[in-house]
Design a protein around this ligand. Structure first.
Ligand SMILES: [Zn+2]
Length: 56
């Protein structure tokens, strides 16, 4: 039996980000405060389009 760590899903597309839920925020890749954990693809879109602050 394998012990699987729970991983975060992307806040936008719900894809598995592979980031463990117990990873400290400051160590996470592709994490946006206010939005949450994103996958690499969504993060790139966010950064590209900037006003991601305004997303609900
Ligand atoms: Zn995503």
């Amino acid at each position: 039996m394998t012990v699987e760590r729970e991983t975060e899903k992307c806040a936008l597309c719900a894809k598995d980000t592979g980031v463990r839920v117990d990873t400290p925020i400051f160590m996470r890749m592709h994490f946006i405060e206010g939005s949450g954990q994103l996958c690499e693809d969504c993060y790139r879109e966010m950064v590209k389009n900037r006003p991601w602050h305004n997303l609900a």
